[in-house]
Design a protein around this ligand. Sequence first.
Ligand code: GTP
Ligand code: MG
Length: 170
Amino acid sequence: GNKNINAKLVLLGDVGAGKSSLVLRFVKGQFVDFQESTIGAAFFSQTLAVNDATVKFEIWDTAGQERYHSLAPMYYRGAAAAVVVYDITNQASFARAKKWVQELQAQGNPNMVMALAGNKADLPDARKVTTEEAQTYAQENGLFLMETSAKTAINVNDVFYEIAKRLSQA
Ligand code: GTP
Ligand code: MG
């Protein structure tokens, strides 16, 4: 590779949707059943090589608890990418994800690459949000959708890889 890109990336989404678990899976290849709720935000970094570029992600894993909502702009301001996470077994988390997308569209960087991650895809029997409704929403709002599982690792690296690819082509 010959292009080095530093990319600030923020994860946003409801309490318990699995933001920290996705980051832990991506950065450390691990999963824990009793992940603690994030306080404020946590920082991680991870580097991915795509085609002709090396993308260094500077990742802000924000807290979903409502009391931390006012901190969010510090983390999405200047971000090149956002991963908005919901839990496919929780309709309220999908509604919350849409609110985050609205806020990013209104206040975020207009060129931001946005991913919608429908997490906990390992729990299909408990599914409350269909792939179709999420896909329709994503298409209408300029995001790309991936259904992920931090537990089984399905599609987790793929979300970050797709973002890296789009950033390297920008
Ligand atoms: P806040 O920090 O409170 O905003 O939550 P969060 O979005 O960071 O969620 P977190 O990663 O803490 O995950 C919440 C719970 O869901 C934990 O008990 C995780 O083990 C579980 N969890 C996360 N991802 C998955 C997944 O893909 N599948 C399953 N089955 N459980 C998951
Ligand atoms: Mg968390």
